[in-house]
Design a protein around this ligand. Structure first.
Ligand code: ASP
Length: 590
């Protein structure tokens, strides 16, 4: 037996017992004739003591120890002279009677402490050492706990966990596929699933009316802000359900997770907001409702004052930043520069200070009288002391810019406390999204999302305005300005699916090639069904009070999609290329 206890387990009650521990040497401290060794494992740290009563052999072995050596330590548990309230085992130490070095260790390239001295890159290269640190260990333990609670909840609700394949054909999420060449079928490729979307729908056709899977998904996207090329979804589907059933089931799951994992009560029922309200009031389909500062339209008040910037725009809107009327010129100039950054894309920013004494000062004083500004303030629901920030443009574009600015002001004013949780459902998404560049419609969610039955007339209309009005029974679970999950009620009638492909400009032949199997399956009795998927990594990160998912994934990739520890992706040798019937067009260096 390597150990009788772990390093986080011993307490004052164990005093007098002879025990054996095994783990890594966190640090060795020499104090006079004594030395203290902190021994670490997954469970905690226990202090070992070497003093003048320690046998020569054990003391000699102890003298050789360095950081991260793996040892087996036997000793007698004793109550400590000076206790350490910071660690669970801080009341005791082990008076060493036996010590065996199980393995030596090179000095690690960075300190294995909660705050490491290692930069991101070096820690990524030695991920297995980084994973020894508490913050990462706690993140992975949290991830484990959440996964267990999800399984428990869904099992209780009658869901079956069913695995689906990774080597498949393109799925409909609309990102770029990762592909895998097939040796046995030269010149042909599998695609890795962007999600198990088509499989879960086929499982519904097969009669498995409640399915879930905690499953890896693959999307070859540019890794903007905190994305991973492979990530994990909590993927679910249900038959014989309407939107309400799906929302209730998963609201229940999230409520239980919040309560059981982090002890947070979320509102019952959770708030819901239509996509239209979210866009109009928050300029985002994932509104952060931890704070107000909503967007208000002021187009009627802004138009007609010979200020062509406003007059030429479809939409003028404002947010009111509380208490910011006192901003200096410099602060406002800085904000103006900020909104011109490509991430926001504004041409400029108009400000109106609603001073505490009720007077106004604005960057458009030349065009607007105090009375005009007062009517804008009224429309924007401003209070004395507020700074109104105004942007204009095409409606959705201007709202989106104001939404980005709103989030930034929320950050600056400290209104986005990561330990405050404000979830909501965003519902009634438009089914389709028009793209000016390619002059065609795209599915806002994916092409299997059903139009609302009451909008079918518009769905079958040939007019662009009608099609733009069609809503879907599609929903997103949004938390603190982040989309944590989303799904929809699906199309289950071959006729409607056919029309959907037509609207999306996918030819009959193309639809047949890409999704023939599912169109075919629908001919054999598809039940009404719907579902959703949550981003599991992100659920974990938010529960952990962190913004980035990387720490919640044991072996993540960097923002170039590289695993720097494995040095992947990498080239393969010529024989392998040949076997796979591949030819590279990349000229190798040298
Ligand atoms: N497959 C969808 C996604 O990954 C989720 C769903 O519709 O269930 O976004």
């Amino acid at each position: 037996m390597y150990r009788t206890h772990n390093c986080g387990e011993l307490r004052a009650e164990n005093a007098g017992q002879t025990v054996t521990l095994a783990g890594w040497v966190q640090r060795v401290r020499k104090m006079g004739g004594m030395s203290f060794i902190d021994l670490r494992d997954r469970y905690g740290i226990t202090q070992l003591r070497v003093d003048d009563s320690t046998s020569e052999e054990v003391a000699a072995a102890a003298a050789k120890l360095g950081r991260e050596y793996v040892i087996q330590a036997t000793g007698i548990v004793e109550e400590r002279q000076s206790k350490n309230a910071k660690i669970a085992t801080g009341d005791i130490e082990l008076k060493l009677t036996g010590l065996k070095i199980l393995n030596e260790a090179q000095t690690p390239p960075f300190t294995i402490e909660d705050e490491s001295d290692g930069g991101e890159d070096i820690r990524a290269r030695y991920r297995y050492l980084d994973l020894r640190r508490n913050p990462l260990k706690n993140a992975l333990m949290l991830r484990h706990r959440i996964a267990q609670e999800i399984r428990k909840y869904l099992d209780n609700e009658g869901f079956l966990e069913i695995e689906t394949p990774f080597l498949i054909k393109s799925t409909p999420e609309g990102a770029r596929d990762f592909v895998v060449p097939s040796r046995m079928n030269p010149g042909q490729f599998y695609a890795l699933p962007q999600s198990p979307q088509t499989f879960k729908q086929l499982l519904m056709v097969a009669g498995y009316d409640r399915y879930f899977q905690i499953v890896r998904c693959f999307r070859d996207e540019d890794l903007r802000a905190d994305r991973q090329p492979e990530f994990t979804q909590i993927d679910c589907e249900m038959s014989f359900v309407e939107q309400e059933d799906v929302l209730n089931t998963f609201e229940g799951m999230m409520r239980k997770l919040f309560k059981d994992v982090i002890g947070v009560e979320i509102p019952d029922p959770m708030p819901r907001m239509t996509w239209y309200d979210a866009m109009d009031n928050y300029g985002s389909d994932k509104p952060d409702i931890r704070f107000g500062m909503e967007i208000h339209e002021i187009t009627p008040e802004a138009h007609g004052h010979n200020f062509s910037v406003f007059d030429d725009c479809e939409y003028v809107g404002a947010i009111c930043v509380p208490g910011a009327a006192e901003y200096t010129r410099k602060q406002i100039d800085e904000l103006t520069e900020w909104v011109k950054r490509p991430q926001v894309g504004a041409k400029g920013l108009v400000y109106i200070k609603y001073n505490a004494d009720g007077s106004f000062k604005s960057s458009v004083d030349k065009f607007f009288s105090a009375e005009d500004l007062a009517s804008i303030a009224c429309a924007a629901q401003a209070n004395p002391g507020d700074l109104m920030l105004v942007m204009c443009g095409a409606k959705r574009k201007a709202q989106t810019m104001l939404g980005v600015l709103r989030i930034e002001m929320g950050n600056r004013l400290g209104l986005r406390d990561p330990h405050n949780f404000a979830p909501l459902w965003v519902v009634d998404f438009p089914l389709l999204e028009w793209d000016d560049e390619t002059q065609r419609f795209y599915a806002m969610h994916h092409p299997f999302t059903a139009p609302k039955p009451e909008h079918l007339d518009w769905f079958y209309s040939d007019k662009k305005e009608d099609l733009e009005r069609v809503c879907a029974n599609a929903y997103d679970f949004v938390l603190n300005g982040t989309e944590l999950g989303g799904g929809s009620i699906r199309i289950h009638e071959a006729e409607v699916q056919k029309r959907m492909f037509e609207v999306l400009g996918i030819s009959k032949e193309d639809a047949e090639i890409k999704f023939g199997f599912i169109i075919n399956a629908f001919k054999f009795g598809a039940p009404p069904h719907g579902g959703l998927a949550f981003g599991f990594d992100r659920v974990c990160a938010l529960f952990g009070g962190q913004e980035t998912i990387r720490d919640f994934i044991a072996f993540p990739k960097n923002n170039m999609g590289r695993d720097v520890m494995l040095d992947a992706p990498s080239e393969i040798d010529d024989s392998q290329m040949e076997e796979l019937a591949l030819k590279s067009t990349v000229v190798k260096n040298g």
